[in-house]
Design a protein around this ligand. Sequence first.
Ligand code: NAI
Length: 469
Amino acid sequence: RGPVKNICCIGAGYVGGPTCAVLAWKCPDIKVTITDISEERIAAWNSEELPIFEPGLDAVVKEARGRNLFFSTDVDGSIAAADLIFVSVNTPTKEAGIGAGLAADLCYVEAATRRIATVSKKGAIIVEKSTVPCRTAESMRKILEAVSPSTDASFEILSNPEFLAEGTAIEDLLDPARVLIGAMPTPGGQLAQQRLAEVYARWVRPEAIITMGLWSSELSKLAANALLAQRVSSINAIAAICEKTEANVHEVSSACRLDLRIGSKFLEAGVGFGGSCFQKDLQNLIYLSLSLGLPEVAEYWKQVLVMNAWTKRRFSKDIVQKMFSTITSKHIAVLGFAFKADTGDTREAPAIDVCRDLLEDGAVVHIYDPKVSEASIDRALMAKGACSHTATKGKGYIVEPSMQQACAGASALVFMTNWTEFSSKQVDWKAIYQSMSKPAFIFDGRNVVKDVEALKKIGFSVYKSGVGY
Ligand code: NAI
């Protein structure tokens, strides 16, 4: 098995796209083809308007595309030509059947594995890039061996989970904190591990490339996301105590952060976590624990999700209560819809739940997000049953082209994403206040407002998550 020369990535999503674009950019002598069954997605990757927004991604794609980076709908052809295949397909939570609401739906992984079994060339290395339950590689191996037309087929499967964070994906990929490569302890497994490590070694610090066993690597991804999500729920639990005691969660977390054993990151109180991964990966871990006969472990991690759901609901309830217990027909500006800044991704965004609550309570919601299209907002709200599109009532919300327009005439503005433009010095708060209906409320679920007193002086009533004003 020689050095890797031709790579195929199955799945041109938030992970497959940026990951393999950076790989191609850094390794001009390796041909990289990113393939997907979605013609629309591949067409967008081949156009001037990429299907996802990530700072720095455009420049990377522009330089490598057509040189050694290709986007194609020819899934079989791309697999057949490759000596290393990343499986980077979606692994959502199952919606029906056994394990519904918790277990990962592995139908996309299985479909991709079957194509690999059928058309891949002998000796191709298969790499799990998707986040999968522990021991998925074992199922993949069984499928590969059973489906392969060749009688002496042998497949090497590696686990190489992706740790990029949306919004900083390119930075994370260029200088990752760690690249995990898990393999079986067989000579074939070790050689395959070495081949993939050599690819990363072209630009990643050697000490960041970590090799380990296959099952540890699979579980590490679930463990890392569970620990990150748990920090958010932990600080939000503290925030709830702060609100009742006139303590300030930002002061409390800044005191905690100084302890090196605790660390400084991911202690930002607010309206809870969103994104496609935390909830799904926790559900996955809970299901795994239950399947392994560990109900106490499952219960422990479940509480992280319970706290997150409660935090979002509590935020909506506070808005209604502070606005004199009725928001019927009141105009409310929701600023930010993406699950966090610097991404256009709305999957599991807390804004969806909060908008749904506000709409259910009869408010007219004006949504502004610099990177999320109206079509994405419609899709996200529709999926949560938050938008009925009835002929008489319309959608119940209006997507606005700017922060100022969203706020004009509104009784309250609600920060749901910490986009930098919301805290920019350019924002004319006096003008916004004048354009709003009085009393004018600010509900800050993302710690956007730093100088509460200045806004109070203008006349706003300001409420921040975790601060007992
Ligand atoms: P995504 O939904 O954006 O992309 C997945 C793509 O795979 C879709 O475009 C879909 O059409 C394609 N696909 C599905 N089945 C296919 C098949 N049989 N053949 C060809 N293409 C197929 O998902 P995303 O966000 O890129 O996530 C992929 C995996 O990476 C998931 O397991 C996720 O948990 C994991 N992950 C995601 C991160 C994120 O920030 N989004 C971070 C780290 C891991």
